[in-house]
Design a protein around this ligand. Sequence first.
Ligand code: AP5
Length: 222
Amino acid sequence: MKIILLGPPGAGKGTQAKDLSQRLNLPHISTGDILRQNVSLSTELGKKAKDFMDRGLLVPDELITEMLKERLQQPDVQEEGFILDGYPRNLNQAQTLDNILKKKNTEIDIVFYLDTSESVIIQRLSGRLVCSKCGANFHIKNMPPKVDMICDYCQGELYQRTDDREETIKKRLQVYYKEVSSLIKYYERQNKLQRICADEEREIVLSRIIQMVKNHCLTTKT
Ligand code: AP5
C-alpha cells in the first residue's frame, strides 16, 4: 500500500506516520528526517540542504527527487509500499512521484490531508522535542517524555529543531500555503484525497486514518 500524508508543518505527519508504520507494517519515508540525517553527517546533500532548511525554504526539487528515488529502490519499499511524509511539497514533486510509480506499474492509493488550525500548529512546533538517536517526537506539554529531555524509547537526548524558531516557522508556513492548494486540487482530481481534522488528539487522528485505510481496502477488493 502507498500512502501520502500531506499537511502543514506541525500537523502531526511524522507522529502519525510513525504510529501508522507500526500498525500497518509499512516503511515510513520522511524526506525531512533523511535530510536532517544528511545534515548531521555533513554529507554533500546535507551541506547543500542545510541553508534552505534553516531559512524555512524548500530544498531544490532535483536534490530531493534523487534522494527519494534512491529510497524507493530499497527492498522494504519495493515489497511493502510506503507512508510518505514530507513529499510531495509542490505540484512538480507530485507529478515526478506519479511518473516514478507509473514506470513501476503502480500508483498512490490514498492521500491524507491533515487539516490543522494555525494556533495549533504554532503551539505544537514551539513545544516539539525530537530524540537525537531514534527520531521519536515529543512535546513539552502535549506528549512530555517520562524523564526530562530523555527519550522514552531509547534514552537518547531530546533537542529542539533549529527550524522550530518563531521566524522560521512563519517562513515554513508561508511556503506551505503557497504550494498546498495546487497539491490538494491535483489529488482531488485523482479522487485520492481524504481530509482529516488533525487538531484532535493523536489517538483520535490515528484511528480515523486507520478506519479510512480499512474502508479503502474494502472498496478496492469489491
Ligand atoms: P519536515 O521535517 O518535513 O517538516 P514539516 O513538513 O515542516 O513538518 P514537521 O516535521 O515540522 O511537522 P509534522 O507534521 O511532521 O509534525 P510532528 O509529527 O513532528 O521538513 C523540514 C524541512 O526539510 C523543510 O522546511 C524543507 O526545507 C526540507 N524538506 C523536507 N521535505 C522536502 C521536500 N519534499 N521538498 C523540499 N524540501 C523539503 O508534530 C509536531 C509536534 O506536535 C510534536 O511535538 C508532536 O509531539 C506534537 N503532536 C503531533 N500530533 C499531535 C496531536 N494530535 N496532538 C497533540 N500534539 C501533537
